[in-house]
Write a protein that binds this ligand. Structure first.
Ligand code: XIL
Length: 320
């Protein structure tokens, strides 16, 4: 039977998963299923600030390089994730006190070194991640906003572009599939970037979703269309569909989950500028929903813990 990768290749789109480096290095089934089923990969943690610059001026690329090498050995497209975020910062940065000029230096140095290190190997970057507040749509608090000011976003894109003019540069966030202050805030941020001539190519819609509360599909499509009308590409960057607050039985929940996955994949295929769909993991054996969100019995992904296809997998096959 054809894999998701076969189907995606035939459609000339990317279908991918976030990679847990520890699982990749220790679980043979994990690495086999990953390279059989996907043609794109995003590092779940290996390319965040705390991983790449744990001490001031001390860059450690080993794990991130291992990720990129795995991708290239298997003919998969790696995504750079993520250059500027409020989270995953090393203690020295989190606890230090820096002037505006110092923070600008730190950020420019980081973006320049990392993007340059992967020039020719990583052609798409999530430059700024989750910079908009859910409730107000304003820029959300971070050391970057506090220390540099709202123009840190423009600077980040310009520095990334200078370091690799060929790279596709994305703004990435969650919650933009709803009709909400969050969507409006992200939309106006993107509009401003474009008006100011900031080099941005696309918007990542993370799509962390839930079987119990999910948006009307007309809204999802409408929001995608509004982003597309700004002239941006749209990538689905971190999709998963949480199950743990479900009020119905598990077979029904997994059917709802399958419908949500299938619908989002179909939406993406319908919008010309949507050419990449990445899930935030692929097996319920390893997911941030367990480790970070502490929903221990959640089953958010498309393979079960034993690497069997779930209904969501079949729905994606149907959609592709
Ligand atoms: C998460 C990882 O999955 C976890 O392993 C890590 O501990 C924290 O970060 N939005 C993002 C991702 O953009 O980078 C986050 O990844 C999940 C939410």
């Amino acid at each position: 039977p054809k894999t998701l990768r076969d189907l995606a290749d035939a459609r000339h789109i990317h279908i991918g998963a976030a990679v847990n480096l520890d699982a990749l290095q220790h679980d043979h089934d994990y690495s086999r299923v990953l390279s059989d089923e996907f043609n794109a990969v995003t590092p779940e943690t290996a390319m965040k600030f705390d991983a790449l610059q744990p001490q001031p001026g001390d860059y450690t690329f080993q794990q991130a390089d291992a990720f990129v090498n795995y991708a290239h050995q298997h003919g998969m497209v790696p995504r750079g994730h993520t250059l500027v975020w409020y989270s995953a910062l090393p203690p020295w940065l989190q606890n230090g006190s820096y002037s505006r000029d110092q923070l600008m230096y730190i950020l420019k140095d980081y973006i320049t070194k990392v993007v340059t290190h992967y020039k020719g190997q990583i052609n798409v970057w999530d430059v700024v991640n989750e910079a908009v507040d859910d409730d107000t749509g304003q820029l959300s608090d971070s050391i970057w906003l506090r220390g540099i000011g709202p123009d840190y976003i423009d600077m980040a894109f310009r520095w990334a572009h200078e370091a690799n003019p060929q790279a596709q540069l994305f703004y990435n966030d969650y919650g933009t599939e709803w009709s909400s202050k969050k969507f409006d805030g992200v939309y106006s941020l993107l509009q401003g970037l474009i008006q100011r001539g900031v080099p941005i190519n696309g918007v990542g819609m993370q799509m962390h979703m839930h079987t119990q509360f999910y948006p009307d599909n007309a809204t999802v499509l409408q929001n995608m269309q509004r982003f597309a009308d700004l002239g941006l590409k749209i990538d689905i960057t971190e999709m998963d569909v949480l199950t743990s607050e479900t009020k119905v039985d598990m077979p029904t929940t997994l059917k709802i989950q399958a419908d949500i996955y299938g619908t989002v994949v179909k939406d993406c295929l319908q919008i010309k500028v949507c050419q990449s769909i990445v899930f935030w993991g692929f097996t319920d054996r390893y997911t941030w929903v367990h480790s970070d969100l502490h929903r221990d019995s959640d089953q958010p992904l498309i393979f079960d813990k034993d690497y069997r296809h779930k209904p969501a997998y079949d729905a994606i096959v149907q959609a592709l």
